[in-house]
Design a protein around this ligand. Structure first.
Ligand code: HSE
Length: 290
């Protein structure tokens, strides 16, 4: 009986101004083991996952079934063992990891032989933006654009960069976090955002982390509107920057905050951040390009 075992990395989307476009893969994983069975069944290895459906309505299962059908195939029913290090609804791409896991199951059990590009494309169709599914497929720093059935992306490794994630206890629903954004933006914001992103990408490619960090904190599209939803935003950013961090930004739709820094400053910043209660502050390694 066919059995497959694999893991899908978490991700942090946006990195400030890269709204719906830029993301990085993190060394935290969704773990899947699956084998053919008489009926669909999901068994959770971590208690916090038990809020999720354990039948064919689970996002991993739904994605697998729909992806197989899209390619003219029918998924066999599976028994899936699912474990995870990725908190749900906290801005670390847990849904995107589930979607990528579903695509991977369809690929493996239906012999689809999908390329990474096809997997990112399929994930973007479902999520409607590639900034979480992209890095969960490719690893590394992912920069992409998906619209009207077209996908463009490239990836890069950001070696030398350290990440600290500050994870508040409360959740923020992505729908709610998208709902606080304006329908339209002033022309000057659009012009600035374009220049900020251009400069940001060049800074990333040049590994000019100081400029990168300053540019990451100049977003005009979502951070100014979402920061109000995160009570710890100002304090965490202030402590991190005082400790020498390059930047602190909202991870995805929040409420987690992503601090990027030099390895030499990471322990000091992590220690100082412990003064902010109600959050777990944790160093996380970047998951490199596959
Ligand atoms: N780019 C997305 C957002 C990531 O910020 O809403 C979360 O889905």
């Amino acid at each position: 009986m066919e059995t497959h075992q694999f893991k899908v990395p978490a991700s942090s989307a946006n990195l400030g101004p890269g709204f719906d476009s830029i993301g990085i893969a993190l060394e935290k994983f969704l773990y899947i083991e699956a084998r053919e069975s008489d009926a669909w069944q999901v068994e959770f290895k971590d208690a916090f996952l038990e809020v999720l459906p354990d039948d064919a309505t689970n996002l991993v299962v739904q994605t697998a079934i729909a992806t197989a059908r899209k390619y003219g195939r029918e998924m066999p029913a599976l028994k899936i063992y699912m474990g995870s290090e990725i908190p749900l609804t906290h801005g670390m791409g847990s849904s995107a990891s589930a979607i990528v896991a579903g695509i991977e199951l369809a690929d493996r059990f239906c012999d689809l032989n999908l390329s990474d590009f096809e997997k990112v494309f399929r994930g973007s169709e479902i999520e409607e933006h590639p900034d979480n599914v992209g890095p969960s497929v490719t690893g590394g720093l992912f920069v992409g654009y998906y619209k009207d059935d077209e996908l463009f992306y490239n990836t890069l490794d950001l070696e030398g960069l350290e990440v600290i994630m500050s994870v508040p206890e409360y959740e923020i629903d992505t729908k709610e976090a998208r709902g606080v954004l304006p329908e339209t933006y002033p022309k000057q914001d659009a012009v600035d955002q374009n220049a900020i992103n251009n400069a940001l990408l060049m800074a990333m490619m040049a590994k000019d982390f100081k400029s990168m960090g300053r540019l990451m904190m100049k977003d005009r599209l979502h951070e100014p509107y979402r920061r109000q939803l995160i009570g710890e935003y100002d304090r965490i950013r202030e402590i991190a920057l005082d400790g020498g961090a390059y930047a602190t930004v909202i991870s995805g739709a929040g409420p987690s905050l992503l601090t990027v820094c030099d390895a030499r400053d990471a322990e000091g910043i992590l220690g100082a951040l412990q003064a902010v209660p109600g959050c777990i502050h944790e160093r996380i390694k970047l998951y490199r390009q596959r």
